[in-house]
Design a binder for this molecule. Structure first.
Ligand SMILES: [Zn+2]
Length: 111
């Protein structure tokens, strides 16, 4: 789960004119728009379970291709030598990813 911010110009209802806004996205879903002049903020809730499920399914479906690409770019010997390390470090990498997801969820006001 990734969180991104970008700036754009939108019509602000409070200011009554086009102003700079900061948009916040979680994955590809916009969760917040804030007027940078008056601070008016519009929040949009997202279905966290749906977002995480889509991300997980996409990763599972693309895993064979990603492994094939790594095999091609690294060569089979280097790939095979690195495989035991990758397998043993997977729990730690999953823990880091889960921690990052929890940090993103807390930042958008989710438990
Ligand atoms: Zn405004």
């Amino acid at each position: 789960m990734r969180r991104q911010k970008m700036n754009t110009v939108l019509l602000c209802r409070t200011c009554g004119k086009e102003t700079a806004h900061e948009l916040e996205y979680v994955n590809d879903a916009m969760t917040r728009a804030t007027c940078l002049e008056c601070g008016e903020t519009l929040n949009r809730s997202i279905d966290v379970i749906e977002a995480l499920s889509k991300e997980m399914i996409a990763r599972l479906l693309t895993k064979p291709n990603r492994l094939r690409d790594e095999l091609r770019s690294q060569g089979k010997w280097r790939f095979m030598i690195a495989l035991p390390y990758r397998v043993t470090s997977k729990p730690y990498r999953l823990y880091r990813e889960l921690s990052e997801n929890m940090r993103v969820l807390r930042s958008i006001g989710r438990p």
